[in-house]
Design a protein around this ligand. Structure first.
Ligand SMILES: [Zn+2]
Length: 267
């Protein structure tokens, strides 16, 4: 039985929404197609398909050309399909249950966080989102499902071909170094630089990677604390650990300034 899990939306001002999702127990060697349906009760009451072609084995999407600074009463659902059957997510609301006034306040807080970092105390970064679904890598143990090679060049130790979705960005992030911490690794315990970062978008998960453009430092996200206005996530405080330049994650391409947010921006 396949179900959707971890459907997440991030509002990207002024006119885009980033949606990501995963599914439980995807069958091996089977293609998955996804369609996203949306309605905005203030504009059009019936659900419409958002994407033109079905999304093949893809677990994220950007909906653009929206007017998010007003009060978009937007609902979505995602439909998945294999050659065998169809499955559907629950319907979810962009507003996290807020009313118009609360929504506009939340939107303004998130926007200001991002703006302050862009102008003052942030550095330009990209985010790589760790894949939790997809085509399993052959380095994954067939019985236990555990990844055998942490330095695998096909899945980067995630167990899924491609390893990460990204780069997403550019985003402006505040980063603070907090000294060293002993971390267990394959070659014994070693000191690694740890720190804290503040990221307003997109929403991140443990295992995602933060890539600094200027210095090409790469950080592993260890934990996340969401800052919410009412129920709406407006910011994230994350604990990070610097990835060693010897690690496979340094092979992820750092395409500066050409993340998916950027590509979809109107010229
Ligand atoms: Zn692998």
């Amino acid at each position: 039985m396949i179900e959707f899990k971890r459907i997440k939306t991030t509002v990207l001002f002024p006119d885009k929404i980033y949606i990501e999702w995963a599914v439980t127990n995807p069958a091996l060697n089977s293609d998955y197609f996804y369609n996203i349906y949306m309605r905005d009760s203030s504009e059009f009451p019936d659900f419409k398909k958002v994407n033109v072609a079905p999304l093949l084995n893809q677990y994220h999407y950007i909906i653009s050309k929206l007017t998010l600074n007003k009060f978009p009463n937007i609902e979505f659902y995602i439909e998945g399909q294999t050659s065998q059957y169809k499955f559907k997510s629950r319907t979810f609301n962009l507003l996290y249950g807020l009313d118009k006034r609360q929504y506009l306040i939340a939107v303004e807080i998130a926007r200001k966080n991002e703006l302050t970092r862009k102008i003052h105390n942030g550095v330009e970064c990209s985010i790589y989102k760790r894949m939790t679904t997809g085509v399993p890598c052959d380095c994954k143990d067939k019985v236990t499902g555990l990844v055998i090679k942490s330095n695998c060049s096909k899945c980067y130790g995630t167990g899924y071909i491609g390893g990460y979705i990204g780069p997403l960005g550019p985003v402006w992030v505040e980063i603070y170094h907090n000294g060293y911490q002993l971390q267990p690794t394959e070659v014994g315990n070693i000191d690694q630089i740890v720190g804290q970062a503040r990221i307003s978008r997109p929403l991140v998960e443990i295992g995602d990677i933060l890539l600094e453009h200027t210095r090409n430092y790469r950080w592993y996200i260890k934990s996340i604390q969401y800052i919410t206005y009412r129920t709406f996530p407006v910011d994230q405080i994350v604990e990070i650990r610097m990835i060693s330049p010897k690690d496979i994650e340094y092979n992820l391409k750092g395409i500066i300034g050409y993340g998916v947010f950027e590509r979809n921006r109107k010229k």
